[in-house]
Design a protein around this ligand. Structure first.
Ligand code: HEM
Length: 499
């Protein structure tokens, strides 16, 4: 056998090992047969343009979906890879499907395709198994735990920016991604993911973008049949090995009586008596692996994008940046100390900037569900098995819901006393959906608010990143909403007393 065919055989073997782990039978619901017969559908664009844009990444699916949704409000329809897809643009209808009818839908095509990477973890699992995993993971996100993580978040951040020098040119997307990856690794698994395996972050980034593009095909088997899909799966196996090492280390520390205070230790030790007969009392290594991968993925890329868009927004809004500097000076001092969890309550404008950034640039820009039963939504008969999309990008930028919808106005999140208040914008329920809904709502929401506010204050009170002049910043709506060509910025030292 030549080297090349040897390589190919290795790739195939690794891909099938990775695929085999993720095709173990799971409790997935199936859509009931529809009894609607022939139905009338709302208008909408041809799906081909959207599929092409998702697969090639050339045009902007967020703008395409938004235009389709607005032109055909409140329900637009298109065909995508054999599916009937409905885009909802009325917050009441989005709530009706994602919250009130949550038991009658399952995750949509994008996340189902992500099973190749995430297995059957919190993001992708369904029904009773999902509830069991949620029960096991929830204690790791209680307030006192987040307060404990806060210190580690700030320590990692200080360490990360310590090599920065005045005038350095950096890509803030890369920096925020490696920093949030390090934070998730430390806080949730007590592991240095960037150091243990620098390849972890790089491989994950490649997988997110690769699987993101392939998910438009909407068919896991097709993904596996393509050479690109097999290459990605072989890389999943590389990550599996790192994660298995982390699990083994934790198990042996627990056995030696040195269990660490982190999510993985709690998940290894957790017993679930309620569903022990169906799923076992404790989690297997494969289940742990899926949750680790899910938390790493869901917990770093989203926050990294929120922070990246924040630096971009502040760089183009110097007035807000100056007011933030004043807030940091008053809370942290002129020679600023590092912020703590308790400071967050006073960092009102800082939190308003976080909220306004993820309103305008929601990292999880679209959510999909497949209907399991026939539904009538907004007067339209939607047959069982259809896909329904709700999009923070579309709802957060709707001029009928938000004043100056496309302008960056953090003050909308401050109440009359100048305090941050999530209900201050006064929009209807379902118009602000950056973290999702009900029992599928982001489990890491408080983690994310804490991390974003602390990182912004820690870095911002010492550094003022400036966008390199002439840089055209555009959105790239992949799995998360990213700045398309990164974010080249010049780092300027900030002197709070001089600002
Ligand atoms: C700004 C940052 C973040 C945003 C905007 C965000 C957004 C979301 C959204 C919209 C969902 C629901 C998806 C759906 O219903 O289809 C979700 C779910 C989830 N998020 Fe986040 N997230 C963020 C940060 C985090 C962090 C820091 C973690 C973990 C440390 C995390 C872990 C998860 C998990 C595990 C789920 C699945 C929950 C379940 O279905 O039970 N996320 N996130």
């Amino acid at each position: 056998m030549s080297m090349r065919s040897n390589d190919r055989a290795d790739t195939r073997a690794a891909a099938s090992r990775a695929a085999a782990r993720r095709t173990a039978p799971v409790d997935l619901p199936t859509p009931a047969p529809s009894s609607f017969g022939k139905v009338e559908r709302p208008n909408g664009p041809l799906g081909l343009g959207i599929i092409a844009s998702l697969v090639t990444g050339r045009s902007q699916p967020n703008y395409l979906f938004e235009a389709a949704a607005r032109e055909n409000a409140p329900v637009a329809h298109l065909r995508m890879a054999g599916d009937h897809v409905y885009i909802l643009s009325d917050p009441a209808l989005v709530n009706e499907v994602f919250l009130d009818n949550a038991r009658d839908v399952m995750k949509g095509r994008g996340l189902q395709a992500a099973r190749s990477l995430l297995g059957n973890g919190l993001l992708t699992s369904e029904g009773d198994f999902h509830l069991r995993q949620r029960r096991l993971a929830q204690p790791a996100f209680h307030k006192q735990r987040i307060a404990q993580y806060a210190e580690q978040m700030v320590t990692e951040t200080v360490r990360h920016v310590s090599p920065w020098r005045d005038g350095d040119r950096v890509d803030m997307v890369e920096h925020m991604t490696s920093l949030t990856l390090a934070i998730v690794g430390q806080t949730l698994f007590g592991s240095d993911l960037t150091g243990d395996a620098k390849m972890f972050g790089e491989t994950l980034a490649e997988l997110i973008s690769g699987f993101g593009q392939l998910s438009a095909l909407g068919n896991e088997r097709l993904v596996r049949a393509l050479p690109q899909g097999r290459r990605l799966l072989a890389k999943v196996e590389d990550l599996d090995q790192v994660v298995q090492r982390i699990i083994d280390d934790h198990r042996s520390d627990i056995a030696n009586g040195h269990g660490r205070p982190d999510l993985l230790t709690w998940m290894i030790q957790a017993h679930d008596d309620q569903s022990a007969d169906r799923f076992g009392a404790t989690m297997t290594d494969d289940q742990l692996r899926d949750e680790v991968m899910t938390m790493v993925l869901a917990g770093h890329e989203t926050t990294a994008m929120a922070l990246s868009w924040m630096w971009y927004s502040l760089s183009v809004e110097p007035g807000i940046d100056q007011r933030l500097a004043a807030e940091w000076q008053s809370v942290l001092g002129t020679s600023p100390r590092v912020p703590t969890f308790d400071d967050i309550a006073q960092l009102n404008l800082t939190r308003a900037v976080v909220a306004e950034t993820i309103r305008l640039y929601p990292p999880a820009w679209i959510m999909g569900r497949r209907t399991l039963v026939d539904m009538t939504i907004g007067g339209w008969q939607i047959p069982s098995g259809s896909i329904i999309l709700g999009s923070p990008w579309i709802l957060h930028r709707d001029p009928a819901l938000w004043d100056s919808a496309t302008s960056f106005r953090p003050d909308r999140w401050l109440n009359s006393e100048g305090q941050f208040d999530e209900s201050a914008p006064g929009v209807p329920r379902g118009a602000w959906i950056a973290f999702g809904f009900g029992n599928r709502r982001c489990i890491g929401e408080q983690f994310a608010w804490t991390e974003a506010a602390l990182l912004l204050a820690t870095i911002g009170s010492t550094w003022r990143p400036e966008l390199v002049p002439g840089t055209a910043v555009e959105t790239q709506a992949a799995v998360t909403l990213r700045p398309r060509n990164g974010l080249p910025m010049t780092i300027r030292r900030r002197h709070l007393d001089a600002d």
